[in-house]
Design a protein around this ligand. Sequence first.
Ligand code: PMP
Length: 396
Amino acid sequence: MWHNDFPALAALAARGITYLDSAATAQKPAALLLALQTYLSQGAANVHRAGYRLADEVTSAFEACRDDVAAFIGAAQRDEIVFTRSATEAFNLLAYGLEAQINAGDELLLSPLEHHANLLPWQQLAARRGAKLVWLPISASGHIDMAAASALFTPRTKLLAVTQLSNVLGTLQPVRELCTLAAQHGALSVVDGAQGVVHSSVDVRALDCDFYVFSAHKLYGPDGLGVLYGRHHLLNQLPPWQFGGEMVLQVSRDSASFQAAPLRFEAGTPPISAVLALRASLAYLRTLDRSAVAAHEALLLQQLKTGLDQRAGVRRLGDSDAALVSFVVDGVHHADLAQLLDEQGIAVRSGQHCAHPLMATLGVAGSTRVSLGLYSQAADLERFFTALDNALALLQ
Ligand code: PMP
């Protein structure tokens, strides 16, 4: 089906490589390659600066991507979309920007599922301000326990930072309910959509979140580009955190005044070609029937879960809802397994998945993760299982 739209898959197949690590980064559609080729071969120009025609054209295309991203995630206004260098940078921007609003004794609510990108910036902020991290408990299936969660919101809760879809367990979290609780308690909500935006239709207004973050490269877009969505008035309350060209209104020798959001957060030359490439990826995604994509991924996920459950000694971690599964094998180290899989051309992630606290919570040293993209196929999983059986025959 859609795999023909992704030229790298044929190149990988020619090398005998089966790519099952799309949660780390996704392969790119031909539409993206064409957009980059066109931009880079027809004349680059910087955005928002010069007044000549070429620069105006590039600025218009760049800004059109802001409209497309706003529409893609249901933002109320285009000014609510900030381009960053990565999801990681967006979380750091928030943690610095919100610093003045966090005081000693305040509580930041996090889940043990968080990727380090949505943990370490808050951990550092808490340390700088004397605030406390409070942990939302998760169930054995890997879902945040809502009954226990609601009891953890207190008048001291200032911020909720939570993932929409776990990059380790594939579990979808009740982010809408959590964001509503946060709002009721006067706390801000930050949703990590790095995985969620790829596998569900996102509507930030329906989610009721204050901030939503994702990376373009997992959404079939380019690397070097992240997106921060924030409610208009909240974004404009945040001070800028990087300083330089184009984010200013006026500069004297001793002081400066700054643009409103989003430009105040986009100091220096932004990742122009990446933004144009993301625009092409979003246009490609709009041509697809997203419910057909979801149904396709759901079938593959079922095939993956069933196959793993049929193998002796293999234990899935949590109960995935979407597109990826992590597992451990009794008596087998995940690094040994990954190496044997790699030798057979299977590209999967093994290790701690940038989620050390989750590994500690689950009581495992690491795991092997198989993750799917919309271009994945049943035959990819069949090759994975053949390779897994060969590896386990040696290791078990
Ligand atoms: N959050 C989640 C859930 C992720 O899976 C990732 C990427 N592994 C990130 C945040 C960070 O994204 P990036 O490395 O692109 O900044």
